[in-house]
Design a binder for this molecule. Structure first.
Ligand code: PRP
Length: 209
């Protein structure tokens, strides 16, 4: 029996992914939210699930340690890896990748200080705009950086906008719309085509129903 490994993104995306997997008849055998395990068997003998940080999902899929991954487009843009296809937009965990700054802040002509965990995306975006920046890499709580005068602007995910508002910031420019995508290891797509095709078709039907 061909074994299939699916890497899922923990957190917000997982909450929207599990109902989708349930719809296609796939369920982890343990409660992934309370268990400390990271590798889960499922109700289908040949399919197992890994629970990872979003930024690690493309890495596992790129190296073929997971055949299929579900990850936010933000993490995929930042990963910029090859070795996998991106055949399906699940349309879940929708949000926007935006620049944001303190309410009313007017950038001056000098170099802009930009704090973000999305350094590759930010570098490309500001370069396209012809704006010179100093990038400050952070791993979370980006909204704090302008408050503490560590940065002038941030690049981060905006969903409801509540986090920006609560920290005196406002969204400025949209870099791109984000949603969760299915990625598939290129070699697996060939060697495990029937199994992967079945999962992709079922997911496609589930998201469009
Ligand atoms: C994201 C993002 C913002 C927040 C935006 O963080 O970094 O802080 O959500 O959502 P909102 O517009 O609805 O307020 P998340 O909670 O996903 O945690 P993270 O810092 O681990 O990304």
């Amino acid at each position: 029996m061909t074994q299939i490994t699916i890497a899922l993104t923990k957190g917000r995306i997982l909450k929207e992914t599990l109902p989708l997997l349930k719809k296609i008849g796939l369920e982890p055998v343990d409660d992934v939210f309370t268990s400390r395990k990271l590798l889960f068997p499922t109700n289908q003998e040949n399919i197992r699930i890994l629970i990872l940080r979003g930024s690690d999902v493309p890495t596992y899929v790129q190296f073929g340690k997971a055949d299929i991954g579900i990850a936010g487009k933000d993490g995929l843009l930042e990963h910029q890896g090859d070795g996998y296809y991106e055949p399906l937009d699940l349309g879940i965990a929708r949000c926007k990748l935006m620049t944001a700054a303190p309410v009313g802040y007017q950038p001056t002509d000098g170099k802009l200080r930009v704090a973000t965990k999305y350094t590759k995306v930010a570098r490309e975006y500001y370069a396209q705009q012809g704006r010179q920046i100093d990038l400050i890499k952070l791993y979370g709580a980006m909204e704090l950086a302008p408050i503490m005068d560590l940065a002038d602007e941030i690049v981060d995910i905006v969903d409801t906008g509540n986090t920006l508002k609560a920290n005196g910031l406002e969204a400025r420019e949209m870099i791109t719309e984000i949603s969760s995508r299915v990625i598939v290891n290129k070699a697996s797509m060939k060697t495990k085509f029937p199994e992967i095709k079945d999962i992709l078709s079922a997911l496609e039907a589930a998201v469009s129903s």
